[in-house]
Design a protein around this ligand. Structure first.
Ligand code: HEM
Length: 209
């Protein structure tokens, strides 16, 4: 099946949104005197989120010929594997930044949601790995992996939105940069991923003829 114009528009939204998110976050950090430990947190986590969106997007359109499908699955695994490492690293920097300042952990909606996101991500990666290694028997598991992946992505986008727009630190930073990165970039990513989603590939979706 060839990607439709709808799928292509979705990809364009994902790429525009991820560019705004990553460049906007870099600009926020580079124009701000922040401790090094802290600086890595938004930078690595925004990059990880961008890679999640792109790594999901490549496997969204309906099943292509088997060789193309295998290439896309490889890209999905590599890009998301890197994203997992970056999100763990970015969150670890934040953990140690708090330790360095003697601050309590997970006290804000952003911080609490952030730890759920990291845990969910690890479970999601394990389920994907199991599904990939169980051949045809794992097909039903893939459907749940997809559904769980979309719920994960929703929470991860919300978490970054809260980190960039609602945390005390972020509110001391220039509003135009924050709006572009999180107020525009994140909704564009959400819209793009949603547009490329095919409900027939989910557990309760109806298969098209
Ligand atoms: C999906 C992406 C993100 C995840 C999973 C995440 C995760 C976390 C976690 C777990 C904490 C709490 C650390 C602790 O209490 O020990 C935290 C804190 C923080 N994060 Fe993020 N973060 C993400 C993106 C961002 C972004 C994009 C920004 C800023 C632009 C940001 C800014 C902050 C700030 C300022 C804090 C300290 C205040 C607080 O604890 O809420 N984060 N993050």
């Amino acid at each position: 099946m060839v990607p439709t114009q709808h799928d292509k528009t979705g990809m364009a939204l994902v790429l525009t949104g991820t560019t705004l998110l990553v460049l906007g976050t870099a600009a926020l950090i580079l124009t701000s005197p922040v401790p090094t430990l802290f600086a890595w947190h938004p930078s690595l986590n925004a990059l990880a989120l961008a890679l999640f969106a792109i790594g999901i997007s490549v496997v969204q359109p309906p099943t292509p010929p088997s060789t193309v499908r295998a290439q896309r699955l490889d890209a999905h695994k590599s890009v998301l594997g890197l994203a997992v490492i970056l999100l763990c690293a970015g969150t670890t920097f934040m953990y140690y930044n708090k330790e360095a300042n003697g601050s309590a952990h997970g006290t804000t909606p952003h911080g609490g949601a952030g730890y759920i996101v990291v845990t969910w991500m690890l479970v999601q990666a394990i389920i994907g790995g199991v599904a990939a290694n169980t051949g045809k028997n794992g097909l039903w598991l893939y459907k749940w992996h997809r559904l769980s992946g979309y719920l994960f992505m929703t929470l991860a986008l919300f978490t970054a939105f809260a980190g960039g727009l609602l945390t005390t630190w972020s509110q001391t930073r220039p509003a135009p940069l924050r709006i572009v990165a999180y107020g525009i970039g994140i909704p564009l990513i959400a819209a793009g991923v949603a547009m490329r989603m095919h409900t027939s590939k989910l557990p309760f979706g109806k298969r098209h003829a």
